[in-house]
Design a protein around this ligand. Structure first.
Ligand SMILES: *Cc1c(COP(=O)(O)O)cnc(C)c1O
Length: 367
C-alpha cells in the first residue's frame, strides 16, 4: 500500500541545496546558509558552543526565557557572561546595549533574541546591529519568532549568525531549522578548539563536508519529510509574497491589541508599547483575579482550533498568548480568538465583555 508520507524517493543533494538557496533568498543574505536538521535549539546551541569559549566575554541580552537558556549555554562553554536583562513587557534599546559594550570593552560575542513568542516583545535589531558592528563583537541572533512576521535582514544588519526556523510565522514544520553564517563567524568557529566537531551540533562539519565540498553529497540522510515540508512552506510564502505575510502579521498583532482593550473586563496588552510588541504573537495580561490558564482553557473549550495558549512556566497565571503563526495571521482567526476570550471572560467573571466592540476594533485596525 502506498502512502503519501512513505516510500518516497531519496531527497537529492541538488534539491537540498535548492532549498538552502530559497532560505538564503528569504533572508536576503549572501552568507552561507546551513539547514540544520532538528528543531531550532540545534543551530542555536551549535552557534553558541562554536562561538563562545573560555577567555571570551559574551553579552547575553535577556528579553524572555530563550535569553536565559542561551546564558546557561554560554557559561557552560566557559565564557564570561555579562547579562543584560530587561523586563519582559518591554524591549531592549540600542543605547542600553551600547552602554554595556562601553562598560565591558572585552565583549566579543553578543547574543540577542529578535522577537520572543513566549513574551510577545520584539527588539530593534537594525539599530542594535549598528552598535554591535561598531564595537566589533560577533553578533548572534535568534530570529526564530521573527522570520516571516517582520523583516529579518542579517546582511543589512551585520548579523553574523542568524538562526531561523519554519515553525512560527513561516507556518511550516518544527523539525528543521537554518542558520546564516558570516565569514567572520566561520573564522571564529575554526579558531575555537572547543567548537563541536564530528558532532551533531557541529556547523563546522557541515562547512567542511557539505559547503566546501561543493554541496554535491549530503553528509547524512536528510530529514526527508521535514525538508519537503520546508520546501512547501517556502513555496507558499513565495506565492503569497513575504511582504504580504509580514503585513498580515502586523495587522493581526495590531488588531488583537486593539480588540483586547475594546473587550473591556481588564484584559490588557502584556507588552506596554505597541512598537515593542512582536507581530508573531500578541501577549495579553489577564485581569486581576482571573487565572490566565483557566481563561484560555475556557476559550479553547468553545473552539479547540484557536491559536490561544497561556504563558509558559511562571507566566501561566497571568499571560494569555494569541499566536499569529502563518495561516493564523488572519482576520477571521483574530476575531474568533477575541470572541472566545470575551465569552470566557464573561463566564469566569460574570460581567459581560464587549465582543461587538472588539470586532469593531479589529475592523478599524486591520489594514
Ligand atoms: C519558538 C522559539 C524557539 C524554538 O523553541 P521551541 O521552544 O522549541 O518552540 C526559539 N527561540 C525563540 C525566540 C522562539 O520564539
Amino acid at each position: 500500500m502506498s502512502h503519501p508520507l512513505l516510500d518516497l524517493p531519496p531527497l537529492t543533494a541538488d534539491r537540498f541545496a535548492a532549498i538552502e538557496r530559497r532560505v538564503a533568498a528569504l533572508l536576503a543574505t549572501e552568507q552561507d546558509v546551513v539547514i540544520t536538521q532538528g528543531e531550532a535549539l540545534l543551530p542555536l546551541e551549535g552557534c553558541i558552543r562554536a562561538g563562545a569559549r573560555p577567555g571570551s566575554t559574551a553579552l547575553n541580552v535577556i528579553t524572555g526565557p530563550y535569553g536565559q537558556t542561551f546564558g546557561n549555554w554560554l557559561r557552560d562553554c566557559g565564557a564570561t557572561v555579562v547579562d543584560l536583562e530587561v523586563p519582559f513587557h518591554t524591549a531592549v534599546t540600542a543605547d542600553r546595549i551600547g552602554e554595556a559594550l562601553e562598560r565591558n570593552p572585552e565583549i566579543d560575542f553578543v547574543s540577542l533574541v529578535h522577537a520572543e513568542a513566549a513574551t510577545g516583545n520584539t527588539n530593534p535589531v537594525a539599530e542594535i546591529g549598528e552598535v554591535v558592528r561598531a564595537h566589533g563583537a560577533l553578533f548572534h541572533l535568534d530570529a526564530v519568532a521573527s522570520v516571516g512576521a517582520e523583516p529579518v535582514l542579517p546582511d543589512a544588519w551585520g548579523v553574523d549568525l542568524c538562526v531561523i526556523s519554519a515553525q512560527k510565522a513561516m507556518g511550516g514544520p518544527a523539525g528543521v531549522s537554518a542558520v546564516s553564517v558570516s565569514t567572520r563567524a566561520w573564522e571564529r568557529f575554526a579558531a575555537n578548539p572547543a567548537a563541536p566537531r564530528r558532532s551533531y551540533l557541529s556547523l563546522l562539519d557541515w562547512k567542511e563536508r557539505w559547503i566546501d565540498a561543493g554541496r554535491t553529497a549530503l553528509p547524512h540522510a536528510p530529514a526527508q519529510l521535514e525538508m519537503l515540508a520546508l520546501e512547501a512552506c517556502l513555496e507558499r510564502i513565495e506565492a503569497a509574497g513575504l511582504d504580504t505575510l509580514m503585513a498580515r502579521h502586523a495587522s493581526a498583532a495590531a488588531a488583537t491589541r486593539a480588540g483586547a482593550l475594546a473587550l473591556g473586563g481588564g484584559l490588557e496588552p502584556y507588552v506596554y508599547e505597541a512598537k515593542d510588541a512582536a507581530p508573531v504573537a500578541t501577549t495579553l495580561r489577564a485581569p486581576a483575579g482571573v487565572d490566565a490558564a483557566e481563561l484560555v482553557a475556557a476559550a479553547l473549550a468553545a473552539d479547540p482550533s484557536l491559536p490561544l495558549a497561556a504563558g509558559g512556566g511562571a507566566l501561566a497565571k497571568e499571560m494569555v498568548r494569541v499566536n499569529h503563526y502563518g495561516p493564523d495571521a488572519d482576520r477571521a482567526v483574530v476575531e474568533a480568538s477575541l470572541t472566545a476570550l470575551g465569552a470566557a471572560l464573561t463566564e469566569l467573571t460574570g460581567s459581560a465583555a464587549d465582543v461587538p466592540a472588539a470586532r469593531r476594533a479589529v475592523t478599524a485596525t486591520w489594514t
